[in-house]
Unconditional design. Sequence first.
Length: 461
Amino acid sequence: MTAHGTRTGEDAEDLDVEEVLALVNDSNGHHRPTPAPRAETDDGRTPGHPGTSPRPDRHRATPWPEARAVAERAGRNAARAARRAPVSVPLEAALGLTLATPLDALTDLPSFDTSAMDGWAVAGPAPWDVRDDGVLAGHASPTPLSDGEAVQIATGARIPPDTTAVLRSEHGRTDDKGRLYATREVAPGQDIRPRGQECRSGDQLLPVGTLVTPAVLGLAAAAGYDAVDAVPRPRAEVLVLGDELLTEGLPHDGLIRDALGPMLAPWLRALGAEVVAVRRVRDDADVLHRAITTSDADVLVTTGGTAAGPVDHVHPTLRRIGAELLVDGVKVRPGHPMLLARIKETQHLVGLPGNPLAAVSGLLTLAEPLLRTLAARQAPESYTLPLRDAVQGHPHDTRLVPVVLRGDHAVPLHYNGPAMLRGIAAADALAVVPPGGARAGQEEELLDLPWASGGIGVCFT
């Protein structure tokens, strides 16, 4: 999508993938600590430190760009502490992972001279006498050709020794005596793929930090690999909070369908996580405490309960277990009461608001940079597009608004309230609208949705 627009200069610091791989114990065992200063709230206090409000409010909430940077640093620190070793993963299971070692060719590609076309392998000048046999792909080395001789050959088959060129089927004709002629000039080496044309054994095909896409899987197989060394996925667990949620049927008697349970697991997988469980937790402080303290996931994601209502138990539970609040509220709409907490040195909790679009905002603000860094994925390149229509802004906070991309413009969608999913379900991206709003034609930063970016986000399973 970056071809549509312009890079912005407002990104969180770029992720050095090799640095992160070093932090997860790469094959060379290097370790380069990169301490980063803590982000401060806009009143100068550090999130989670004494004196910080235990509840988010607009004045102490973290600005949106800074919240994303804090989440990225949290992921880097956790990766450094965990020192997770790369894993050898069969090709069929490697889609969406990040290469932990370079992909070096294990063979020449092609590994022998091959025909690039169906036709005839010919030796010397025309006319040629055509041999009765033929050369097919997958067969052993064929008999050498003599001058004035030709043999039918299939695409991908080995070239017989002493072949001058391959004559395409559509460029040859035979006379009544069975002799072959060319209907156009034949150049030496024509339509022959020479051994090592693409690479030689030992050549680096892809560097450390490459995201494994379907094309990467194909290249790895062609280069002789059955498995690749990759950074293991961070393990995530989803805790869906609330007594009012139904898992099937129509809403009734004050109960509503759970929209986040079905949505979060595939979304987290698209962000690079291995989702180990989706659990439903009733509105009970002790039950929530037990669910959090017994989890061994790298990242816990909760839904709802981040405000200050009578059954909002997330903040009290985090205080009870001594967790460190890194982000306690973000200056963004929807999703203002989201949070990020460090439970242990290698374990974090992302608290999402209960409203569906607000939860999406929390995913892209806090979960995406955290999981991306843990998975050693490179940060997506930021880009901008002009908005086709004006967008009303919040007086003080950033707004994330679903948009579709039409030509060189982003078209804001309706149904973008905190509890609505109709807009985001049709969207290609979210527009980052600054405080005060944006006029029609104004260029704004866009956040691609994983499945709309043409990347590996389609890997939901």
